[in-house]
Write a new protein. Structure first.
Length: 488
């Protein structure tokens, strides 16, 4: 791999590039699903290729190849330089890279059971067993399960001397039960919606989640939702479970802090941001209890945003984003760090694969749990009147990430500190800063979960990336409730 990369770096240098890096990626994926007792799909794929990124005449160029013979690699590097020179003719800002000491490293994510040591037959047996449990509940119309395994190995070399090898294993699994009655569809998912839970782990994650054990309860809740009263409308107190709070973080904190969106360099998929540079260190983003970090370091946990080095060779870091409610940081790269007065990149550059240009992406953007011991049960007992909302069902947010609306799969009425009747179609809406300033309690570390979001889209052409979001259940006061189903 080093020899292949050196062909690219030498060619870029000979053609006048002032900087070059070569990133080789060897990837393997397996995806399985079932639907109503039958195999939905089974696929396995492998991909190997090289991406070359260069600076020439003060502009970026990028090219890629899945052919790794010398002629093809040198041709890709030459094309990257040619693209950079063409880009320089329309360059709108001077390109400066924050300095970074070149690293030499070898890192593998922690795992206990290699995902691909398990067989397709073993994987499918588990999914069909879950499927049977879901369909055993009368009233379930549709049962869906899924399992995704991934091995992602990368070698990164740069003209500055970086030499970094990384290997990650990703496992994700989950299921959903749907119940159709009349014109209404109700749904319950486990352990989260949109594919379940994903982490940088081996097959042990599947065993940890107790999938079969929870299937009948989830199915019964999906059916019971039809008989539940509609979530009321008005303003009130809500408690969000950790999975719903993780998506709230993703949409209303994670995306707006991406510095390329702030600077107008990236505006696809509801891009741009309300967090203009003048707000750094001044905006009261949330209440004093709101502390959010962007943390890619392995010690933060096995999140989909965990790594040792990003795709620019910058070491994983912990960046304070919101500190006691004050907005304190962005997600930056080597090019944009100087725009916020930083002398080093925040280490957030990642690409979907070898044939995509790295962009600023969320790492693990997580809310820090409360310092004092507080369980969900205690949080509920301290709430006179409110609604507990669990598991995302829908979301909508504007292109500046300021006005939002979320729907959840299930709600539970809280009266006099006790959990009461089930509520269907719960939803809430608000303005980002007003919402986070209304948070008045958050559970402690033992109730905090690092959730994986495997399907974050960004860029043109679109890149789908995994991000992580750690969250504990939290309470918010004076929130607009029920607006998504007004008039129903």
């Amino acid at each position: 791999m080093k020899q292949i990369a050196q062909w690219a770096l030498d060619t870029a240098n000979q053609r006048g590039a002032s900087y070059a890096d070569a990133r080789l990626v060897d990837e393997r994926q397996r995806a399985l699903s079932t639907k109503n007792g039958k195999v939905g799909h089974v696929s396995e794929s492998e991909s190997l290729g090289l991406g070359v990124r260069v600076i020439a005449d003060g502009a970026w160029g990028f090219a890629a190849s899945d052919k790794l013979d010398r002629a093809s690699v040198e041709a890709a590097a030459a094309q990257a330089v040619a693209i950079a020179r063409a880009s320089a003719r329309v360059q709108s800002r001077k390109l400066r890279l924050a300095p970074e000491k070149p690293a030499v490293a070898d890192w593998t994510s922690t795992f206990k059971i290699g995902p691909f040591t398990t067989s397709v037959e073993q994987n499918m047996h588990l999914l069909l067993e879950i499927d049977r449990e879901l369909l055993a509940v009368k009233g379930v119309t549709l049962a869906e399960t899924s399992l995704n395994l991934r091995r992602y190995e990368q070698w990164f070399y740069s003209s500055e001397g970086a030499d970094i090898h990384q290997l990650r294993f990703i496992t994700g699994t989950g299921y959903a039960a749907y119940s159709f009655q009349g014109s209404e569809i109700q749904k319950r998912s486990y352990p989260n919606s949109y594919g379940g839970q994903y982490q940088n782990k081996g097959y042990e994650l599947v065993e940890e989640l107790k999938l079969v054990e929870n299937a009948r309860r989830i199915a019964e809740e999906a059916v019971a939702l039809h008989q539940a009263p509609q979530c009321p409308e008005g303003k009130g107190t809500i408690i969000l479970d950790s999975s719903q709070l993780s998506l709230q973080i993703h949409e209303s904190i994670g995306h707006p802090i991406e510095l390329d969106r702030v600077l107008g360099m990236e505006a696809n998929f509801a891009g741009t941001s309300f967090l203009t540079l003048d707000k750094l260190g001044k905006l009261r983003y949330g209440s004093d209890l709101v502390n959010v970090v962007a943390d890619a370091r392995p010690e933060h946990g096995p999140g989909l945003g965990t790594f040792a080095y990003d795709d620019e060779g910058v070491a994983a870091q912990r960046t304070p984003i919101i500190s006691n409610g004050l907005f304190t940081g962005y997600l930056s790269n080597r090019e944009t760090a100087g725009d916020v007065g930083a002398n080093r990149s925040g280490g957030t550059m990642r690409a979907e694969g070898w044939n995509r240009l790295p962009t600023i992406r969320m790492t693990n953007v997580s809310i820090v749990p409360g310092e004092k011991p507080l369980s969900l049960e205690q949080l509920i007992s301290g709430t006179d009147d409110g609604i507990l909302m669990q598991t995302n069902r829908s979301w909508s947010i504007d292109d500046k990430r300021y006005n939002f609306q979320f729907g959840c799969e299930v709600g539970w009425e809280i009266k006099n500190g006790k959990l009461g009747r089930m509520l269907k179609n719960p939803s809430y809406s608000g303005i980002t800063t007003e919402f986070w300033n209304s948070m008045d309690a958050i559970c402690s570390r033992e109730h905090w979960t690092l959730w994986g979001t495997p399907n974050c889209g960004k860029g043109q052409p679109m890149q789908t990336m995994g991000t992580g979001h750690g969250a504990a259940p939290a309470r918010f006061r004076n929130v607009k409730i029920g607006s998504a189903y007004k008039g129903n």
